[in-house]
Ligand binder design. Structure first.
Ligand code: NAP
Ligand code: MN
Length: 277
């Protein structure tokens, strides 16, 4: 018998939310992995990160490991209701275990958004988003120039602007009237948040889809307080000079799952539901 050495093992991190059902699935997985020599349970430098909960749980896990995206592959198990980043349902734990026992490292990757915030005092903050980044002005209408690849497209007035990834297009972007993008399309989508449009002020109104390598720059024209959101986190800044959005060099990887629920089936299940009789 050949003993598998430490480095042959798949390093697995299990991250669950506090719901009863999630904890139940987590403890089932813990037991299965602990008794299998192919796996090593650890939160440090994992090869595979399994999240149990909803899309929000996966977003949190993404940010826990955002500096190790080249090495980590994610798997989402959803408990309760269907998700977009969550491929497996809680009753499919055995299928997932079988899949991971046969694992050869195959993955699917999706684009991630790089957000660069430059403050008037010249401080620069960068962040990665899996869903979207937004900027809003707190006290008054946000007035900002929107520049795409050095073309000044418009002077925006309204609550704010959002830029989403393809996989984030079904999240906040959709609530803002943006289109749903298939996650294999490498593009970003800029959507308006309550733009002012009348005889004096004009914006495009529709959302726009920007290809890979193009950069979206937003230059606020007023001093004041701004709220910048990156997925589930928000930051507040005084005096933002510029915020830039582009597709990041890094990508997010998921464990490839053969013939799992198709994207369009998920869209239907999440937003439309059962067919009419
Ligand atoms: P949350 O407020 O608990 O959840 C917001 C909802 O968005 C949840 O139902 C969540 O699903 C769902 N969601 C997250 N990512 C999604 C995706 N890629 N496609 C479809 N639905 C998705 O906050 P959270 O769970 O931490 O998620 C943060 C996200 O909430 C942000 O990135 C933003 O996209 C979204 N958001 C939406 C609005 C809006 O629609 N008006 C406003 C603010 C933020 P789960 O229940 O499975 O977690
Ligand atoms: Mn949530």
């Amino acid at each position: 018998m050949t003993q598998m050495n430490y480095t042959d093992k798949i390093r697995v991190a299990i991250i669950a939310n506090g719901k009863y059902e999630s904890k139940r699935v987590a403890s089932k997985l813990f037991t299965a992995f602990r008794n299998d020599p192919k796996f090593y349970l650890t939160k440090k430098n994992p090869d595979v990160v399994i999240t149990i909960g909803g899309d929000g749980m996966l977003l949190s896990a993404f940010h826990m490991y955002e500096n190790e995206l080249d090495k980590v592959r994610f798997v989402g198990i959803h408990t309760g209701h269907l998700g977009f980043y969550t491929d497996y349902q809680d009753f499919e734990v055995d299928t997932l275990l079988k899949r991971l026992r046969l694992d050869s490292g195959s993955k699917v990757t999706y684009p991630v958004l790089k957000v660069t915030i430059t403050l008037l005092d010249e401080r620069v903050i960068t962040a990665l988003a899996l869903n979207e980044g937004t900027i809003k002005r707190v006290e008054k209408t946000m007035v900002a120039d929107v520049i795409i690849n050095h073309v000044k497209l418009e002077r925006f007035r309204g609550d704010g602007l959002a830029v989403s990834t393809p996989t984030g297009s079904t999240a906040y972007n959709k609530s803002l009237g943006g289109a749903i993008l298939h996650p294999t399309i490498e593009a970003l989508q800029l959507t308006e948040i309550a733009s002012l449009n009348n005889r004096v002020y004009r914006t495009l109104g529709s959302s726009i889809v920007v290809p890979k390598k193009d950069k979206i720059e937003i230059i606020p024209k007023r001093r004041g307080n701004y709220i910048v959101s990156v997925d589930n986190r928000t930051f507040s800044y005084k005096n933002v000079a510029k915020i830039e959005f582009e597709i990041a060099d890094q990508k997010v990887s998921f464990v490839e799952t053969a013939s799992h629920t198709s994207f369009w089936q998920r869209v239907k299940d999440a937003f439309i539901g059962e067919d009419e009789a």
